[in-house]
Design a protein around this ligand. Structure first.
Ligand SMILES: *[C@@H]1O[C@H](CO)[C@@H](O)[C@H](O)[C@H]1NC(C)=O
Ligand SMILES: *[C@@H]1O[C@H](CO)[C@@H](O)[C@H](O)[C@H]1NC(C)=O
Ligand SMILES: *[C@@H]1O[C@H](CO)[C@@H](O)[C@H](O)[C@H]1NC(C)=O
Ligand SMILES: *[C@@H]1O[C@H](CO)[C@@H](O)[C@H](O)[C@H]1NC(C)=O
Ligand SMILES: *[C@@H]1O[C@H](CO)[C@@H](O)[C@H](O)[C@H]1NC(C)=O
Ligand SMILES: *[C@@H]1O[C@H](CO)[C@@H](O)[C@H](O)[C@H]1NC(C)=O
Ligand SMILES: *[C@@H]1O[C@H](CO)[C@@H](O)[C@H](O)[C@H]1NC(C)=O
Ligand SMILES: *[C@@H]1O[C@H](CO)[C@@H](O)[C@H](O)[C@H]1NC(C)=O
Ligand SMILES: *[C@@H]1O[C@H](CO)[C@@H](O)[C@H](O)[C@H]1NC(C)=O
Ligand SMILES: *[C@@H]1O[C@H](CO)[C@@H](O)[C@H](O)[C@H]1NC(C)=O
Ligand SMILES: *[C@@H]1O[C@H](CO)[C@@H](O)[C@H](O)[C@H]1NC(C)=O
Ligand SMILES: *[C@@H]1O[C@H](CO)[C@@H](O)[C@H](O)[C@H]1NC(C)=O
Length: 534
């Protein structure tokens, strides 16, 4: 029963009990409560007192547990215990045979049984409204109970508790600075005007996590084509993320998860991963970057073609071939690869290209190039290999470059020019027959009469020997035909030549042409004059 109802029924009860003349009573009876407001279940003292000089039977009409705690001539005091609800109390007594009554109201207060902030969303998007809801069960008197919603210690809203359970709400526009803020609600039972205190109860705090994720997809950087076995790197970047450090990134190539290193700087998150394409992934694949923050995610997807391009492998049947033997040059490559060996294309992609040749000295040092092409996703990819053939030949003395009959004048300077070629490089020496005296080859020397004779010029290498016979005919000069001036000039010329030769010295040069080798002894520039070969 409500306190008002209780009061009404008690009054009705008293009116009916009273005889008709009692209404105009001279003295009143007061029901005094030193403390009219108290906690539910507590006890209250009621002092029924009157100014009637000789009152009788002062009593307290109540259904509550009562016990007398003292009385005087014009008063009687009672203690009511275990008062759990607001109650009307009624004192009654008699004065000169006339009944007197007096009433008063006991107000009990009760702290809320439950103060609870409804769970917050696990993640709240920045820029969206968040509704905080607080539920309060119990608590009395409601008229003095209010609910306060708080962000940390900051009061967001204060409203009276209406209904039971009462719900109080507040709407906040979530911002970045609300991230990790603690929200709570508090009830305030304010009984200070009734001489009691201010009683507060708080809910457990709830921490909010806010996030911001732009609508744009991440920026994904990947190669378009990827060769099996090669290591590649992928990067995925997104900015304007909050809180960037909380972003989760997933990177996957087909169904292979990549393990990215994730870094955040300010509002930017970058995930990078390196991986090696495997043969099983050959074909068209997609690579996906998924950035998750809070309750949302953004995805970027790129196409990538994994291909294998094996070869070209360029093979010589023998790398050092003897002159005259057959050599096979083969170029092979993987499926779908088209090879061209020295301009000779293979019959079809995936097929080898081959060249057969009889090794000649001109093939020594020859390079064979194999070009391989593969078309992947509309793009032509190239690879090439080259190999060098060595042909073993010689030794050979070039008869044209080694004059076999020389006619020279005595006491003049000449060069014995002779060249040999071969692989490996031959050694060339010229010896005079019988005496086996060596004559310099390719170096100037002064011819004397005893140089006359037959010479054996021999080129030697591990592959054999080639000999050419050279006849040197040295003729004595006619002394009468030479004037003193000529002798002086010749001598001067000789001195000059000798000096020039000493400075320049003989130079040995190796010249390689058309893959062949020539060994040549070339002197310093000779002095002009009549010293040429005869
Ligand atoms: C009750 O009231 C009377 C008169 O006001 C006073 O004399 C008396 O002391 C009171 N008794 C108690 C227990 O407060
Ligand atoms: C309310 O606060 C009081 C002390 O202020 C405490 O004893 C009581 O348990 C609290 N009630 C709830 C529901 O938290
Ligand atoms: C948030 O709620 C307020 C009113 O409480 C309203 O004016 C505002 O437009 C709402 N904002 C959004 C983003 O919903
Ligand atoms: C408490 O409620 C009573 C009765 O409604 C009212 O008179 C009093 O002013 C209230 N006190 C406060 C602090 O609200
Ligand atoms: C919120 O509460 C948690 C623990 O309850 C505390 O670690 C954190 O610092 C609080 N946050 C703020 C913004 O006060
Ligand atoms: C991104 O990853 C999250 C977490 O694994 C998942 O829930 C979400 O569906 C993914 N988003 C897309 C677009 O694949
Ligand atoms: C990837 O390829 C598919 C078809 O294979 C195509 O529909 C899609 O648009 C491509 N995506 C990109 C990002 O190029
Ligand atoms: C290349 O030649 C080597 C011998 O020189 C041989 O063992 C190898 O199998 C050849 N490879 C190919 C692809 O022909
Ligand atoms: C081929 O000859 C070169 C010297 O010309 C030598 O270094 C190499 O070892 C030889 N290779 C083979 C396979 O015989
Ligand atoms: C190999 O291909 C390149 C261009 O890719 C071309 O310049 C070259 O002539 C080709 N060589 C042969 C031997 O086919
Ligand atoms: C190599 O020489 C042989 C005989 O000497 C000849 O039958 C063959 O056709 C030659 N091969 C090539 C590719 O010239
Ligand atoms: C062969 O490939 C290399 C790079 O691998 C390139 O530098 C060279 O130019 C290519 N040669 C030809 C003839 O295509």
């Amino acid at each position: 029963m409500s306190p008002a109802g209780l009061l009404l029924s008690s009054l009705l009860l008293v009116c009916c009990l009273l005889p008709p003349g009692a209404q105009g009573q001279e003295f009143s009876l007061r029901a005094e409560l030193p403390r009219p407001v108290g906690p539910a279940g507590g006890s209250f003292v009621v002092n029924c007192s009157t100014d009637c000089p000789n009152p009788r039977v002062i009593t307290l009409e109540t259904s509550l547990l009562k016990k007398p705690v003292g009385s005087g001539l014009r008063w009687a005091a009672f203690e009511l215990s275990d008062v759990t609800s607001d109650s009307l109390i009624l004192c009654s007594g008699f004065c000169n045979g006339i009944q007197m009554t007096g009433s008063s109201v006991i107000t009990v207060y009760r702290l809320p049984e439950r103060v609870e902030l409804a769970p917050l969303p696990p993640w709240q998007p920045v820029g969206e409204n968040l509704t905080l809801r607080c539920q309060v069960a119990g608590g009395a008197p409601r008229a003095n109970l209010s609910v306060v919603l708080l962000r940390g210690e900051q009061e967001l809203s204060r409203q009276p508790a209406v209904g039971d359970p009462a719900e109080a709400t507040a709407t906040v526009l979530a911002g970045r600075d609300d991230h990790l803020a603690n929200f709570s609600c508090r009830t305030e039972l304010d009984l200070r005007s009734q001489g009691e205190g201010l009683f507060q109860n708080s809910s457990a705090p709830r921490q909010l996590r806010t996030f911001a994720l732009p609508m744009t997809p991440p920026h994904l950087v990947v190669p378009r084509l990827l060769e099996v076995g090669t290591t590649f790197s992928v990067s995925c970047t997104l900015d304007r993320l909050f809180p960037a450090s909380e972003a989760q990134v997933q990177l996957a190539l087909g169904n292979q998860k990549l393990n990215p290193a994730v870094e955040s700087h300010g509002d930017t998150v970058t995930a990078t991963a390196t991986a090696t394409a495997s043969a099983e992934q050959e074909g068209a694949r997609d690579i996906v970057c998924n950035m998750t923050l809070g309750s949302d995610s953004r995805e970027a997807r790129e196409n990538l073609t994994v291909y294998s391009f094996w070869g070209p492998i360029l093979n010589l049947s023998k790398s050092n071939a003897s002159e005259g033997t057959e050599v096979t040059v083969t170029c092979v490559a993987g499926a779908g690869v088209h090879v061209t060996l020295d301009g000779v294309p293979a019959a079809a992609p995936g097929q080898p290209a081959q060249i057969q040749l009889n090794a000649t000295e001109r093939d020594d040092g020859r390079n064979f190039v194999c070009n391989a092409t593969l078309e992947v996703d509309g793009e032509i990819l190239h690879k090439n290999r080259s190999v060098q053939l060595r042909v073993l030949y010689g030794p050979k003395i070039d008869q044209a470059k080694c004059p076999q009959h020389l006619t020279w004048k005595a006491r003049t300077t000449h060069i014995l020019e002779c060249q040999a070629r071969g692989n490996p490089d031959p050694q060339l020496h010229c010896f005079k027959e019988v005496s086996w005296t060596k004559v310099p080859v390719g170096v100037p020397f002064t011819v004397t009469l005893n140089y006359s004779g037959t010479y054996s010029c021999r080129a030697v290498s591990s592959r054999g020997t080639h000999t050419v016979t050279v006849v040197m005919d040295v003729q004595d000069r006619n002394p009468h035909a030479v004037t003193v001036a000529m002798v002086v000039l010749t001598t001067l010329g000789f001195v000059t030549t000798a000096a020039a030769l000493v400075f320049a010295g003989p130079r040995r040069r190796r010249v390689s042409q058309d893959g062949g080798r020539r060994v040549r002894y070339s002197p310093a520039p000779a002095e002009p004059g009549d010293w040429g070969r005869g």
